[in-house]
Design a protein around this ligand. Structure first.
Ligand SMILES: NC(=O)c1ccc[n+]([C@@H]2O[C@H](COP(=O)([O-])OP(=O)(O)OC[C@H]3O[C@@H](n4cnc5c(N)ncnc54)[C@H](OP(=O)(O)O)[C@@H]3O)[C@@H](O)[C@H]2O)c1
Length: 238
């Protein structure tokens, strides 16, 4: 009798473990991507992830304008508002002009907390105004962390033009390297997977602050190097 009870408990424990593991794995899985900003970089990366089998939610402040894009891209592509894209993705790509970050962060503060954010934005003096000076002073990683407070940010896809990404995605080895930087190890893992699945080799340059080494105008910006070449250029250990 006692043995039966113990045996039943063991079976139950094993069953619970079996059920719990995939559920945890799923919560870290990046298979659903929300994209805020379906322009040059958001549109390009979204297409690459769709090709890799991801579900992609594109967004716009005028989502009706994305109808044709979604019809062209098929059933794994959806469209809606930035808030809906953030809610949809277990990772979110931010691909909007950098001056939009303060408002975007404020309007979506609760939803961004704890979210893995792939931060593709760059600060451009002529386009972004005052926030460009803030980036010059504090570094782009710190400024992203300030305005997307609580998000698990990884800077990625910042260091080249979208046409370069399009041209090099999935090229024969050696693949094009994409430098990434972030503070959260699990978010970095997710970003590595996303970079790989888009057709590139991720190179972890360091924590979020190290994103300045591949910001616009820095030595890590504007290249099509392989991972070993990029590591050598930036002094990153293999
Ligand atoms: N272009 C590149 O090659 C490249 C490469 C690396 C990094 N980046 C960086 O990536 C970001 C996007 O560049 P892009 O060239 O893709 O720009 P883009 O083609 O002009 O697209 C920007 C998108 O952002 C959306 N947007 C603008 N203001 C917004 C706001 N306040 N809230 C939410 N969405 C907003 C726009 O959508 P709606 O107007 O429809 O809402 C638009 O689809 C920039 O920070 C840029 O510096 C660009």
């Amino acid at each position: 009798m006692r043995f039966d009870r113990l045996a039943r408990r063991s079976v139950l424990a094993v069953l619970l473990c079996t059920l719990a593991v995939p559920a945890m794995a799923q919560s870290e899985s990046p298979r659903r991507i929300g994209i805020v900003g379906a322009g040059n970089i958001g549109g390009t990366l979204g297409r690459l992830w769709l090709k890799a089998g991801y579900e992609v939610f594109f967004s716009s402040r005028h989502p009706e304008e994305l109808k044709a894009l979604i019809e062209e891209l098929g059933p794994k592509a959806r469209a809606g508002t930035p808030a809906e894209a953030i809610a949809f993705g277990n990772a979110v790509l931010i691909a909007v002009p950098y001056k939009a970050y303060p408002e975007l962060g404020k309007e979506n503060a609760a939803a961004l907390k704890g979210k893995v954010v792939i931060d593709a934005g760059n600060a451009v003096k002529t386009r972004d105004g005052a926030i460009y000076d803030e980036v010059e002073k504090d570094g782009i990683g710190a400024v992203s962390a300030k305005y997307l407070a609580g998000a698990r940010i990884v800077r990625a896809f910042n260091a080249a033009n979208y046409k370069i990404f399009l041209k090099n995605a999935g090229r024969p080895d050696p693949r094009m390297a994409v430098p990434i930087a972030g503070d959260d190890p699990k978010a970095l893992e997710t970003a590595r997977t996303l970079v790989t699945d888009a057709g590139f080799d991720p190179v972890v340059v360091g924590e979020l602050d190290a994103a300045k080494t591949f910001a616009m105008g820095s030595p890590g910006f504007g290249h099509e190097l392989s991972a070993p070449e990029l590591r050598a250029k930036l002094g990153v250990a293999p």
